[in-house]
Write a protein that binds this ligand. Structure first.
Ligand code: KG4
Ligand code: ZN
Length: 336
């Protein structure tokens, strides 16, 4: 089995990885925290410019670390979408040129298919069928995963993604970008039972986070001191109570999906799968209900190219190929 090169540039991380089967030979991630921190969020134009500056060095670093020459590769897998089109185009153009230069097959990968592939990459015993819960800055969705079919959507958010809610609430609390990890850290000192925020529950398997976000904003306004700032104890309580409400909704819907589908395995993937409270609550639910829960290690939860290489390797193994006409897309369902 020959290794696959993966390239990911859909948002504010430029990543390259070399993966052979389930073995990650190298995985390099070049983040852009410093570029966007002054603006409190990702600035698309700055993201694509920084990607263009780094892409060849990051790919070279991954190949060097893996000790793999381009000619030894099975093919090149690159994120085609969804994401910021300018950012995607940098990875896509590089991948096309690289594939052409070394006469390698090229495949485009859906970013969410990449996140879903991270679970099987991390856990050799995880085999379909299972339920995949994707929780990231752009996605909050449940899928039924089968061996020979595209992921089947069971439910998704009607408005904000859960990671986006973490980021927005963090900004509201004046926490530094990127907000999700900062909010989780702030929550450690708080009491999650301090404020009974509404659990964003819709019927069925869909999610909604805009109501929770509004409830947090109102609570923050209510607690602001004369200078406009929150007392540290209040900030920690708001953070912990928000985190509890946001993650409880995920656990409830994941349990419901497993029950509806009659399945006993759950994979939780995407940036928010790094959240320790979510991990603990899913693990507790797994013990109670008797299902198996798989979380990739932290480095495979947030955006990386190993997951793109793993998802691309499957397309290559099925004989699928893309050509130089492969375009970037801002949005599209994962099975499309
Ligand atoms: O998968 P990812 O790296 O990029 C997207 O595809 O969106 O996910 C990034 C999201 C961000 O919203 C970030 O705030 C959130 O994951 N995140 C977390 C944690 N670590 C990252 N949210 C909550 N707790 C964390 N520990
Ligand atoms: Zn992602």
């Amino acid at each position: 089995m020959r290794p696959v090169l993966g390239i990911e540039s859909s948002c504010d991380e430029l990543a390259a990885a070399v993966v052979r089967g389930r073995e990650i030979l190298a995985s390099v991630v070049h983040g852009q925290g410093d570029v966007h921190a002054p603006y409190g969020g990702v600035v698309p134009e700055l993201a694509s410019r920084d990607h263009a500056r780094w892409v060849s060095q990051v790919v070279e670093a991954a190949l060097d670390e893996a000790g793999v020459a381009p000619g030894e590769l099975e093919g090149v897998a690159v994120t085609a979408g969804p994401g910021l089109v300018g950012s995607l185009l940098v990875g896509l153009c590089f991948a096309k040129a690289f594939a052409a230069r070394f006469a390698l097959p090229l495949v485009g990968v859906h970013h969410v298919a990449g996140h879903l592939a991270s679970a099987e990459l991390a856990d050799p015993e995880l085999a379909p069928p299972y339920v995949g819960l994707v929780v990231s800055g752009g996605h909050t969705a449940l899928y039924r995963i089968e061996a020979d079919a595209p992921p089947a959507l069971l439910g998704e958010t009607r408005d904000d993604a859960v990671g986006e809610a973490f980021d927005k609430v963090a900004k509201l609390l004046g926490l530094p970008y990127p907000g999700g990890p900062a909010l989780a850290r702030a929550a450690e000192a708080g009491n999650e039972a301090a404020i009974a925020f509404p659990r964003p529950m819709r019927a069925g398997l869909d999610f909604s986070y805009s109501g929770l976000k509004t409830a947090v904003a109102l609570e923050v306004e209510r607690r602001r001191g004369p200078g406009g700032a929150l007392a540290p104890g209040d900030l920690a309580d708001v953070a912990a109570s928000f985190q509890a409400a946001a993650t409880d909704a995920l656990v409830t819907k994941a349990r419901r999906a497993l029950e509806n589908e009659g399945l006993g395995r759950l994979a939780v993937v995407g940036g928010v799968a790094a959240n320790q409270r979510l991990r603990a609550r899913v693990a507790a639910a797994a013990r109670e209900d008797g299902f198996r829960a798989v979380f990739p290690p932290l480095a495979l939860c947030t955006d990386n190219a190993a997951m793109i290489a793993a998802a691309g390797a499957r397309r290559l193994a099925r004989g699928e190929r893309d050509d130089a006409a492969l375009g970037a897309f801002a949005r599209a369902p994962v099975g499309a």
